[in-house]
Design a protein around this ligand. Structure first.
Ligand code: G3H
Ligand code: 13P
Ligand code: ZN
Ligand code: NA
Length: 280
C-alpha cells in the first residue's frame, strides 16, 4: 500500500486521538468505509475479519478491498483483523499493509512465542503487527472479568519480548453490544499498560461504548479503536427500512444501507478524534 500504518497510528498517539479500524463485509460496506473516510477526511484501517473470511475468502476480501481503495482518495490501509497463525502468512503473501495476529486463546508463553515469530517475519516485509493479550469477550455471554482483563505485568513482558507494534488489550469492553451497561471499563489499567509498554494500544469492541468512556480510553493510551457492530446495524437498518416500503430491488436496499453506514462511520470518526486528520 502507499500509506504507512505505523505512521498513521503514531500520528494518532502524538495527536491524542484514535484511528478507526472498521470491518468490511462486502463491496457496499467497503465503499461505505472509504467514502466515510473521504467525507470525514480521516485515516482508516480497512479490516478483513472473522465474518468475511469464511464468506468470501481472505484473498478475494483483500483484492476487492484493494480494488475499491485504488479508486478512492482516502488515506486507507488494509488490515487483517483477528488473524490466525496461518492467515497471517497468507495475508503477508497477498500484500496486506498491516496484520493482527490474535494469539489470545494461547497460554501466555505460547502467545509470546507465536507472536514473536509473526513479528519477525512481518517486520522483514515492513508490515506492522497488532497482537492481543488478555481476552476480549463476546457480549451476552457469561463474563467473569478477572479471567479476561489484560495483566499489566504480562503486557510489559509481552511487548518487550515480542517487539509487537500495537497491543490490543482487554479492559472491560466486549465485541458486540450489550444491555448490561455500564461497562466495567478499567481506565487505570489502560494507563498503566501504556506506561509500562510505551506502545500505542488498541481497544476492540468500540460499538456500544458510551462516548465519555471512548474519550477516557483515548486519554489513557488507546490510539486505535475497532468498531463493527454499530456500523453493521446501520447498514442493516437501511436495507430493512427500504424493504419495509414493499418489494424493492436488492440494490435499492443496499444503496440505502451504504448511505446509512457512511453516516454512522463519519460519526464514529468524529468521536474517535480521527476526523480531519487525513494526511492524504
Ligand atoms: O508457535 C510458534 C513458533 O514460534 C513458530 O515458529 O513457525 O518456525 O515453528 P515456527
Ligand atoms: P464491535 O462489533 O463491538 O464494534 O467490535 C469490533 C471489533 O473489535 C473488530 O475487531
Ligand atoms: Zn476485535
Ligand atoms: Na462492543
Amino acid at each position: 500500500g502507499k500509506f504507512d500504518p505505523a505512521e498513521i497510528v503514531e500520528s494518532a498517539r502524538r495527536g491524542g486521538y484514535a484511528v478507526g479500524g472498521f470491518n468490511m463485509h462486502n463491496v457496499e460496506t467497503t465503499q461505505a468505509l472509504l467514502q466515510a473516510a473521504e467525507l470525514a477526511d480521516a485515516p482508516v484501517f480497512m479490516q478483513v475479519g472473522r465474518a468475511v473470511v469464511p464468506h468470501m475468502g481472505l484473498a478475494e476480501s483483500f483484492r476487492m478491498t484493494q480494488r475499491e481503495l485504488s479508486k478512492s482518495d482516502a488515506q486507507a490501509v488494509i488490515h487483517l483483523d483477528h488473524g490466525t497463525y496461518d492467515e497471517v502468512f497468507e495475508a503477508l503473501r497477498l500484500g496486506f499493509d498491516s496484520i493482527m495476529f490474535d494469539g489470545s486463546h494461547l497460554d501466555f508463553e505460547d502467545n509470546i512465542k507465536a507472536t514473536k515469530y509473526v513479528v519477525k517475519v512481518c517486520h522483514s516485509f515492513g508490515v506492522p503487527v497488532e497482537a492481543e493479550l488478555g481476552k476480549i469477550p463476546d457480549a451476552n455471554t457469561a463474563i467473569n472479568w478477572p479471567d479476561f482483563y489484560t495483566s499489566v505485568d504480562e503486557a510489559e513482558r509481552f511487548v518487550a519480548e515480542t517487539g509487537v507494534d500495537f497491543l490490543a488489550i482487554s479492559a472491560g469492553v466486549m465485541h458486540g453490544v450489550t444491555a448490561t451497561e455500564p461497562l466495567p471499563l478499567d481506565i487505570e489499567r489502560i494507563a498503566r499498560i501504556r506506561d509500562v509498554t510505551g506502545i500505542p494500544l488498541v481497544l476492540h469492541g468500540a460499538s456500544g461504548v458510551p462516548l465519555d468512556d471512548i474519550r477516557a480510553a483515548i486519554a489513557a493510551g488507546i490510539n486505535k479503536l475497532n468498531a463493527d457492530t454499530d456500523l453493521r446495524h446501520a447498514f442493516r437498518r437501511g436495507i430493512e427500512e427500504t424493504w419495509a416500503l414493499g418489494d424493492r430491488q436488492l440494490e435499492d436496499g443496499m444503496a440505502e444501507g451504504r448511505r446509512q453506514m457512511i453516516e454512522a462511520t463519519v460519526q464514529k470518526m468524529r468521536e474517535f478524534g480521527c476526523a480531519d486528520r487525513s494526511q492524504n
